[in-house]
Design a protein around this ligand. Structure first.
Ligand SMILES: Cc1cc2nc3c(=O)[nH]c(=O)nc-3n(C[C@H](O)[C@H](O)[C@H](O)COP(=O)(O)OP(=O)(O)OC[C@H]3O[C@@H](n4cnc5c(N)ncnc54)[C@H](O)[C@@H]3O)c2cc1C
Length: 399
């Protein structure tokens, strides 16, 4: 069977791969093929909480999250208004050491143009009337943050890319992917596509794919959990997303008066092929403990379901985006350390610009400098995942 030509093949139809296809089509870089053995959002993107915040670790991340927010708001307005809303994001602590970290974070955020408000426990209780905050020492609130339904946004990217010409090649197992005569050749279900560029955007599966291609990168898949709950009194969808730093539990409003709570991150390597997809009892118990202390009205909430997904971490908690060193035409967009939804649009915009400009152009450095895979040199060493909704790795006394 003859092979079909393409300019870019993207491995993975999660929010990363679909957002990248959308931006490549907008730039008329193509033909684009997105291959996934499953369906769009079958991986972490279909299991994520969808909190989108600018309370991040460095300026590059903030710029990318801000671009993503603008794009989510615009796409939701045009395609599905329920997919995104700006509800704000509040986080707090009662720990004096973490209060000092909040002080430093606030200063950094302001320097990066992030609009944050410092709240005492009374002001926090006004913003989040459901909570009991008498012992809280410090809180930060960013009113322009939002929540997205990650599966809905992935579908919007996929459908929009398809409308502009992207070939979504879904649902057949991968037979082979390899470099052949200066091109990347992908075969699945009796069909072969040969492309100039291959982008690995396969979330937690990216580690193994890159290893098999002979170009390993420092990625470590790990399991993280969330739970959907129904409080006795339906919650307003204007509830801000919140993060109790001390319990390390976050909550966002969900449809029909429900709430979604998460973290339950495991700091060990997981296998995306064999991980346990259900939520652990210990995770659900931990959420209940946090609610008893902070949100008594939610302590009796019914558990609708709890689940787990697999994300990919990197040694420095920054993603890996751009050309893979010493591999012509091979690119990566992975390693989001549990924050890939809120970065997807902004990162895809930048990577599409790089792919449009061609390898080695100055656009690459300008758009992707802090996240280029070439920052890791030498042999790939194993490491343990260290993700989490921390203020800053060096500042959090738990690390
Ligand atoms: C419980 C939970 C809560 C989260 N909360 C948030 C949050 O609030 N905010 C946030 O920003 N992020 C959050 N995340 C993280 C976020 O889900 C991920 O960072 C993001 O979805 C990664 O998207 P992706 O497209 O890179 O990967 P994925 O969505 O994992 O997609 C990878 C795709 O690759 C496919 N694939 C597998 N093997 C192959 C192959 N051989 N070839 C091609 N494709 C393949 C899979 O089928 C899958 O569809 C959360 C994650 C979880 C699990």
């Amino acid at each position: 069977m003859p092979s079909e030509p393409a300019e870019v093949v993207i491995l993975g139809a999660g929010i990363s791969g679909c957002a990248l296809a959308y931006h490549l089509e907008k730039r008329q870089v193509g033909p684009v093929v997105v291959y996934d053995p499953h369906t769009p959002a079958a991986g972490a993107s279909g299991r994520a909480a969808g909190i989108v915040t600018e309370q991040l670790w460095n300026e590059w991340d903030v710029e990318v999250a801000r671009a993503t927010k603008r794009e989510f708001a615009d796409l939701a307005r045009r395609h599905d208004p329920s997919a995104y809303s700006a509800n704000g994001f509040a986080r707090w602590t009662r720990d004096p050491d973490v209060e000092a970290a909040i002080d430093r974070a606030e200063e950094r955020f302001r320097g990066w143009g992030v609009e944050v408000e410092r709240l005492d426990h009374t002001a926090l209780a006004r913003r989040v009337p459901q909570g009991r905050f008498d012992d809280v020492r410090a809180a930060l609130f960013s009113g322009r943050d939002g929540v997205v339904t990650p599966s809905a946004m992935t579908e919007i990217y996929a459908a929009s890319a398809r409308e502009m010409g992207t070939d979504l090649w879904l649902g057949t197992p991968l037979d082979s992917v390899r470099a052949e005569g200066g091109r990347w050749e992908l075969t699945s279900g009796g069909r072969t596509v040969r492309a100039s560029r291959l982008v690995v955007a396969a979330g937690a599966w990216s580690k193994r794919i890159l290893e098999r291609l002979g170009h390993p990168l420092p990625l470590c898949p790990y399991r993280t959990q969330a739970a959907l709950l129904r409080p006795a009194e339906p919650e307003a969808d204007t509830l801000p997303s919140v993060h109790d730093i001390d319990h390390d539990v976050y909550v966002r409003p969900e449809s029909n008066g429900r709430i979604l709570a998460g973290d339950g991150t495991e700091h060990v390597e997981a296998d995306p092929e064999t991980f346990r997809p259900g939520g652990d009892e210990s995770f659900v118990a931990h959420v209940a403990e946090c609610f008893e202390k902070r949100f008594p009205a939610w302590a009796s909430a019914d558990l609708v379901r709890a689940w787990a997904g697999v994300c990919a971490s990197t040694p420095d908690r920054r993603p890996l985006v751009g050309p893979v060193p010493r591999a012509e035409g091979l690119f990566v967009m992975a390693g989001f350390n549990g924050f890939g939804v809120m970065r997807a649009g902004g990162v895809a915009q930048r990577l599409a610009r790089v792919l449009g400009a061609g390898e080695g152009s100055s656009v690459e450095r300008e758009a992707l400098a802090p996240v280029l895979p070439s920052r890791f040199t030498g042999p790939v060493r194993s490491f343990l995942p260290r993700p989490g909704f921390t203020l800053e790795p060096g500042d959090d006394p738990r690390f």
